[in-house]
Structure formats: C-alpha cells, structure tokens
Write a protein that binds this ligand. Sequence first.
Ligand SMILES: NC(=O)c1ccc[n+]([C@@H]2O[C@H](COP(=O)([O-])OP(=O)(O)OC[C@H]3O[C@@H](n4cnc5c(N)ncnc54)[C@H](OP(=O)(O)O)[C@@H]3O)[C@@H](O)[C@H]2O)c1
Length: 247
Amino acid sequence: MPTALVAGATRGIGRGFVEALLQRDWSVYASYRHAGSAQALDELSRRHPGQLRQVPLDLTDEDSIRATVAQIESELLEPLELGLCCAGLLHEGDQRPEKSLAKLSPDWFQRSMAVNGLGPLLLLKHLHPLLVHHTSSQYAVISARVGSITENQLGGWYSYRASKAALNMLMKTAAIEMGRRFPHLQLLCLHPGTTDTELSEPFSARVPREKLFSVECTVHQLLQVLEDNRGGESGRFLSWDGSELPW
Ligand SMILES: NC(=O)c1ccc[n+]([C@@H]2O[C@H](COP(=O)([O-])OP(=O)(O)OC[C@H]3O[C@@H](n4cnc5c(N)ncnc54)[C@H](OP(=O)(O)O)[C@@H]3O)[C@@H](O)[C@H]2O)c1
C-alpha cells in the first residue's frame, strides 16, 4: 500500500487530500496541530480503519516535526512515497492580510514566514530521509500564485506574498541540492486555484462562482498534476491545471 504524509490535514485542502488518498487505498499519516482540531479526522479514521494514522505536528516547532517524523519512521513498513505540506496561514484572529504598507506588522510578517515559508522546509529537512528510499517519491507544498513576483500586479498582502515567494525560493534551492544527492525525489510547489476553505472565505465573495473551486475539485486536479509529473523535473512551480507558473 503506498504511504503518504499530509501535513495540515485537519481542514480545507489538506483534509481533502487525506480523504482522496484514503479512497485511492493509500495508507495516510495525517497531521494535526492541536488535539482539539484532530477530531476533524476521527470520522475518516472510522471510515478507513487501519489506513489512517493521526500524528501531531506544528510547523513552527522543529522538535514537534522531529518527533513526529521519528514516530513515522519507526512505524513505516514501506518507504514513504508522498509528502504533502498543505498547512498555511493568510489570516488569524483579527489579523487580516495587509491592504497597505501602513498595516505591516513585524510580528505578523514573522508568523507568516514561520508557518508558510520556513515550516514546509523544516518538514522537508526531517522527512526527506524517509522519502529517498522510494524509487519515485514526491514532496509537494501548496504554495500560491500570489507568491509569484513576476505576476504581482495588484500589490498588498505583503506578509502572505513574501512568505509564499520565500517558500518557492526555499523549495527551488532544496530541489537543486536534493537533485544531486537523491534524483528519485521530486520537489514541487503547487498553486491550488482559489478554493472554498476557511482560508479563502473572507475574500471569496469577490471571486466569480466558476473560479471558486470546491476542495474535492482542487484535490482531484492537484493529484492529477502530481501523477502527470511523477519522475519528471524537480523544483517546479505548477498550477492546478498543470501549467508552469513564473517565479
Ligand atoms: N484556499 C485557497 O484559495 C488557497 C489559494 C492559494 C493557496 N492556498 C494554500 O493552500 C494551503 C491550504 O490552504 P487551505 O485553504 O486548505 O487552508 P485552511 O482551510 O485554513 O487549512 C489550513 C491548515 O493548515 C494547518 N496549520 C496552520 N498552521 C499550522 C502550523 N503552524 N502547523 C501545522 N499546521 C498548521 C491548519 O491546522 P489547524 O486546523 O490546527 O488550524 C489547517 O489544517 C495553504 O498553504 C494556503 O496558503 C490556498
């Protein structure tokens, strides 16, 4: 049975990936940040007994990443085939993405960088030894088109844009290093398209209905992108329809 780790699995796109992978008969490690939010995965555990394991993981806490990866390593029966980092932050509490420079807050900038930029790379740092034993493994992060410097026409959203641009650079850099040492491991940055989740909810009213994807639709598209690109070039930034995005 192929095995995946989905980080940020309690809600939105991450939970959608867990559900789709279970339906496709994968064995899945699904991470939660707080015991409270883990309940969101309990129903999936009941529906797929023995196929889903819930593990604690906070991307801003390297010890938590290290401990969870060690737990997975001790349990794995086959090499890990897929690592998916779906965790991310656009708003939290009263904090909204900045419309202007006047709203820039160093604390929020650093929190965005920690969760969206550094966290997925720290996960790769600890997880890649489990992925490199597979003959064709993938580590994909959910980035965002607004992290593209070339495509930035609207401005605003300083912290989120910068954290996703940083994520892209970190993944590209890791892809070069990993490509030399572990050519069977492919790294990808994926843009999901605007997807109907709690993250997009405050902004989705302005999105035309046909451009607001359901989680199921996004996950279906992104699994197809992963499948179509398996074994191909590493260090790419791909959209939900498989097209290449400019950095
Ligand atoms: N939705 C969109 O339109 C859209 C568009 C472009 C890109 N994206 C990207 O897609 C990814 C998924 O977004 P989404 O819409 O599914 O968001 P979401 O519904 O808000 O879910 C975010 C997930 O990230 C987890 N998370 C947050 N901080 C974490 C941390 N420090 N450590 C571990 N997990 C953490 C959350 O866990 P808790 O339940 O514990 O909070 C939750 O499971 C994000 O990276 C987002 O930037 C989304």
